[in-house]
Design a protein around this ligand. Structure first.
Ligand SMILES: [Zn+2]
Length: 116
């Protein structure tokens, strides 16, 4: 279950992102951007996150995940498109030499602190 490693990373990055000088900070919402190809299962990640965030400012944080579609760029004709099926070939010139633009990212977009 690779969600455990991802949750560890997210908690670490989020804690670093909390501005200094706040007394007992508490994160309410953690906004995430996750590519559809990152193969993250939402309920596994939520589950792992709850375990790892225990006794941290993220303990009660809710994960708000925005799943990012897979987009590719063809290196031959420079077209970009969104992938909906398992075909990784350019629909315009049928070339297979493509570059992935989005779809694998796992990022924190922002975090929202609770006002005490
Ligand atoms: Zn092409």
């Amino acid at each position: 279950m690779h969600e455990m490693g991802i949750a560890q990373q997210l908690v670490k990055i989020a804690i670093d992102a909390i501005p200094e000088g706040i007394e007992n900070p508490r994160v309410e919402i953690l906004n995430l951007k996750i590519g559809k190809l990152a193969s993250v299962v939402e309920h596994s990640l939520t589950f792992c996150f709850e375990i790892i965030s225990k006794d941290t400012p993220l303990e009660t944080a809710k994960l708000n995940i925005d799943f990012i579609p897979v987009t590719l760029r063809c290196k031959s004709c420079d077209n970009t498109w969104e992938v909906t099926g398992p075909v990784f070939k350019c629909p315009f010139c049928e070339d297979g030499d493509v570059q992935m633009l989005t779809g694998r990212e796992i990022e924190i977009t922002s975090l929202e602190l609770a006002d005490e």
